[in-house]
Each structure stands twice: as C-alpha cells, then as structure tokens.
Write a protein that binds this ligand. Structure first.
Ligand SMILES: Nc1ncnc2c1ncn2[C@@H]1O[C@H](COP(=O)(O)OP(=O)(O)OP(=O)(O)O)[C@@H](O)[C@H]1O
Ligand SMILES: [Mg+2]
Length: 319
C-alpha cells in the first residue's frame, strides 16, 4: 500500500483540502502531517501494544510511505463494518484497549513527535458545528473549546472507524496519525464513540439498542484499562461526544454516503440535531451530564428513526 500526501504552495488558498489560514498567517500545510504520520508509525512498529501496518519504505521528500496492506493480512476497515451493521459487539472492548494503549504510547514518545497542526485551528474545524449550534449559549461553547485546548497530551484526533481495521479474531489495527495534535486527553474516547452514535441514529444497526450498548461496553472497558488519571469524565464525554456527532452529522462534506442506506440525510440531520437539543438545551432541568442519560436519548432517537419517517423526537416518542 502506498500512501502519498499531496504537496501544495503553503501561501496559496487550500481550496477543498484542509488547511486554514488565520490572522497570524498560520497556514497548516497538509504535507507536513505526512511526516507526523510516519514518525508515529515508525515508533509503533516496535511495540506490541498497538498494531499498525508495517512500514516498508519511507520517502520523506516526496511524502510517500510504502506499507503493508492490512487487507492482505485479514483485516477489514472498521468503517465498512459500521455502515453495514456488521460491527461485532466484541470489538468494543478491543478498541478501548487499543485506544488506551495508543494514548499511553503517545505519552512515552511525546518527545519524538512534533505535531504539524495548530490545536486552535483544528479545534475551529472540529467544533465549528458545535459553535453554530450553541451560538445562543456561547458560554458553554467556550467552556468546551477551552477544555479541549487546555490539555497538554498528544491526542489522536482521527482515531475512529475510518482509520481502524479489525480481523476475524477481533484484533484492532490503527493507522493515519498525521493529524494528531496537543489537546485534552479526554477527547479521544468520545471522539471514537460519536462515530458509533452516528451509525446508530442513521439506523445502520438493526437493533436500536446496539449503539448504546456498544458505547457503554467501550467506556467501561476504557476505564478498566486506563490508569486512575485517565478515567473518563462523564460530563466531558457527553460534551465531546455531541460536538463530534454534530461535526460528522451536520457537515455533509465528511459524511460517508453509505450512512444513508437505512435513513435519509434529513432524518440523520434531524436526529443529530435533536440529540444536541436534548444534550445542551433540555426543556426542563440542566444539560445532560451522565453517560446513562446520553445513551438513553441515543436509544430513543435511534428507535424512532428505525420506525421510519423520523419527524423529530418530540413527535415520535410521545408517551
Ligand atoms: N496499510 C493499509 N492497508 C490497506 N488499506 C489502507 C492502508 N492505509 C490506508 N488504507 C486505506 O486508505 C484509506 C486512506 O488512508 P489514510 O486514512 O491513511 O489516509 P488519509 O489521507 O488520511 O485519508 P482520509 O482523509 O480518508 O483519512 C483508508 O481509509 C484505508 O481504506
Ligand atoms: Mg484516514
């Protein structure tokens, strides 16, 4: 497998590619992320804790890495299993274990990694939909953004089903680390879980309870494998989960079209929006702060979408 990252003039607008410029002319050239990806892959080659493709050759100047093809080794892209509803429940625990191990490896090799992207600019990209949603409650938005940026860990912000593979034995392989940034270590678990939440409200899993059960298993395993310092803070989990779900569910450019085989784009957008309303602006009481409450709403919305012609939670789940 050959991975190549395109080059472009860092002073030119990026068009459809990611890369943002701001007042300080901090343009984040995508090409530099290739070297971050290689550096991380290179260190992980020697560890057993996190399985990654084997790097065969690396050509730094032309941003090209030749690596083994995980499909040839019996792995399948996790996203393919997610969108077809074929994700095994047993993978929840293995993903948690691999993610905890990855965070641990990042900590150990933090002196070797020089991230390529600005945390602030990436936050702006990832939290853009949350900002729009919370424009009448910017205090909450700012709390979330500040918390995201307050961390000093290197976080694999792209560790989700599009960048993971799984084999018949349930082993997890991870790749695509180039966009890792310095951020809050609490971000990585809900960031992954939100992708399962999206598949759940898009009705990809036959059973509307599957998504919530998967996430509950994942979270409890994540805590079991983590040190006391790294336990999941539920209120923070709920907030990051929702920000990533809004990001994936409302910005069409990121969405895998296969998500709409079992629900329409409008149904998915409405479901994601309803979940955000329930999370941040419930009619009564405060915002949701526990995993249990979040998963109950996720299940209710997923069930309502499954019944078909989802018109919004308030109409379909009365009584
Ligand atoms: N080692 C590998 N073996 C087999 N397939 C791979 C391998 N690495 C990547 N792929 C495939 O190529 C796709 C893109 O790879 P990767 O995620 O590393 O690149 P990317 O440029 O960051 O792309 P994206 O923007 O889609 O995340 C993956 O989703 C996967 O399907
Ligand atoms: Mg990728």
């Amino acid at each position: 497998m050959i991975k190549h990252t395109l080059d472009y003039d860092a002073n030119a607008p990026c068009g459809e590619s990611f890369g943002y410029s701001d007042h300080d002319s901090v343009l984040k050239p995508a090409p530099a992320t290739h070297h971050v990806d290689f550096t991380i892959l290179d260190v992980l080659q020697t560890t057993k804790a996190v399985r990654v493709p084997k790097v065969l050759r690396y050509f730094e100047k032309i941003r090209t890495t030749v690596m083994t093809d995980f499909q040839a080794e019996g792995f399948h892209l996790m996203q393919d299993l997610v969108v077809t509803g074929a994700l095994p429940m047993s993978s929840a625990e293995n993903v948690a274990k691999s993610l905890v191990a990855l965070m641990d490896q990042f900590r150990r090799m933090s002196h070797l990694i020089r991230v390529a992207e600005s945390s602030t600019l990436q936050a702006r990209e990832r939290l853009e939909e949350l900002y729009t949603f919370l424009r009448s409650d910017l205090k909450t938005y700012q709390e979330i953004e500040r918390k995201f940026l307050s961390g000093d860990s290197i976080v694999p912000t792209d560790a989700h089903p599009k960048n993971m593979a799984i084999n018949a034995q349930g082993e997890i392989l991870m790749f695509d680390f180039g966009r890792s940034i310095v951020a809050d270590k609490q971000y990585s678990a809900p960031n992954f879980a939100a992708h399962i939440g999206l598949a759940s409200v898009a009705n990809c899993f036959e059973d509307p309870l599957f998504g919530a059960e998967y996430i509950a298993t994942f979270v409890s395993a994540y805590n079991r494998f983590s040190s006391p310092d790294d336990q999941i803070e539920e209120a923070t989990f709920v907030r990051y989960f929702m920000s990533e779900l809004l990001h994936r569910g409302l910005s069409g450019r990121w969405l895998d079209k296969r998500f709409f085989s079992h629900a329409t784009l409008q149904e998915v957008e409405r479901a994601v929006h309803d979940l955000a309303i329930e999370t941040f602006r419930p009619d009564e009481g405060g915002a949701l702060a526990t995993l249990g409450d979040l998963l109950n709403v996720l299940t209710d919305v997923s069930r309502a979408v499954g019944i078909k012609s989802y018109k919004g939670r308030r109409k379909t789940t009365q009584g």
